[in-house]
Design a protein around this ligand. Structure first.
Ligand code: ZN
Length: 160
């Protein structure tokens, strides 16, 4: 059974960057489960999953633009500390929801300099080329409900 539109695939992955550093891995956990065609995983990886069957092992190289996006300088902004009214203690690494020209996006504080607070709305992996070591564990047909919802139900998916 091949991975095509409206199929649900389970797979193990190890994600490394250009430097060969491991950024994330499903090894030692349950495999990741996704609905093919549902945009549940980054587009560059989804495209390279197509046609594979259970048991396949392969490497998928994904450019930043097809992964978590290019790094957008405009998503880095310096805002005054008073913009965080109601937050007692500001720390680097804290996350907030921010209203921007790109909609509501999560931002993280990357620097605090006196009254100036730098926030970054880029995904932590924006601008990174991604290298996935993939092992397909299982492929099955999606249920009608899963296709309508655009995501997987049950083990590894949504419970609602
Ligand atoms: Zn659902």
């Amino acid at each position: 059974m091949q991975i095509t539109e409206r199929m649900v695939a389970s797979f193990h992955y190890t994600l490394t960057n250009d430097a060969g550093e491991v950024l994330d891995s499903s090894r030692g956990r349950e495999p990741l489960v996704y609905l093919h065609g549902g945009h549940n995983i980054v587009p560059g990886l989804e495209a390279q999953m197509a046609g594979h069957v259970a048991g396949d092992r392969f490497t998928a190289d994904v450019a930043a633009a097809e992964g978590y996006g290019d790094y957008i300088d405009e998503l880095v902004q310096v805002v005054p500390r008073k913009a965080f009214a109601g937050v007692d203690e500001l720390e680097v690494g804290m996350q907030f929801q921010a209203q921007t020209a790109h909609g509501t996006i999560p931002v993280v504080i990357t620097e605090i300099d006196g009254d100036e607070v730098t926030v970054d709305g880029n995904h932590p992996l924006a601008g990174e080329a991604l290298h996935f070591d993939i092992e397909i564990v299982d492929v099955r047909e999606a249920s009608v409900e899963e296709v309508l919802h655009g995501h997987v139900h049950g083990a590894g998916g949504h419970h609602h």
